[in-house]
Each structure stands twice: as C-alpha cells, then as structure tokens.
Design a binder for this molecule. Structure first.
Ligand SMILES: [Zn+2]
Length: 124
C-alpha cells in the first residue's frame, strides 16, 4: 500500500467520479481537506431531508506518521460517501461498530477492484 494524497482540486475530481459511481449524484456534497482541529467526531455530516452533506478529509500534515496504514484519501472519501447511503437507516448509534466495519470493507473492496483494473471500470 502506498499513500494516496490529494490536493483540493484532485479531491473535487474524485468526489465527482465517486458520486457518479455510487449513484449519489442527486446529493449536494462538499468535500474539504481539514486540519485535525477542524474535524469533529463525525466526518460525513449529512442533512438528509435536503440530501446535502459536508465531507471532511484529514489534511496530510495531521496524519499520524506512525500509523501502519499509509494515508489514503480516496478510501476516506469513499468511506464517507458510503455513509450517506446508510444514514437513512439510522444505524449510527446502536450498530456503530458493525456499520463502520461494513462500510470500510465495501470502500476498500471497491477501491482495490478499481485499482487492480488500472483505474478503469467496466460500465454496464
Ligand atoms: Zn465511518
């Protein structure tokens, strides 16, 4: 695994790509690279009735350099986007761990499949 770090412009491009892939195009989503002091506990803040969300991605300068997993902003972005699909189910509180595990498995699976395919997807 190697680091995947985006600047703001790259992040916006990835947001558009993944919104399409995950069929979240009817959401108004803003993604921002934030310093650690700007990040609350929840990194995807959805406003469900309006289908609006703010996604905060940790700035590379604040990523823990001792972490065994290198920072992957694409994984973080996809993870937070997937939360938007699950938000209406209201599982956030009582099934928090199970939800996080499922979302992270799906996010890393999707990204691995895409990267193994050289970034190209088979559109059906
Ligand atoms: Zn999560």
């Amino acid at each position: 695994m190697k680091e995947v770090i985006f600047n703001d412009e790259q992040l916006q491009k990835k947001l558009k790509e993944w919104q399409k892939r995950l069929r979240l195009q009817d959401w108004l989503i803003k993604a921002r690279i934030c310093r650690s002091h700007e990040l609350p506990d929840v990194m995807a803040v959805p406003t469900l009735p309006k289908k609006m969300a703010l996604i905060k991605i940790l700035d590379h300068n604040d990523y823990d350099p001792t972490c065994v997993f290198p920072q992957d902003m694409e994984d973080s972005l996809v993870h937070e986007l997937l939360h938007l699909h699950f938000a209406p189910l209201g599982l956030d509180d009582d099934k928090y761990i199970e939800l996080e595990q499922a979302i992270e498995s799906i996010a890393s699976g999707l990204i691995s499949a895409l990267r193994e395919n050289g970034g190209k997807e088979n559109v059906r």
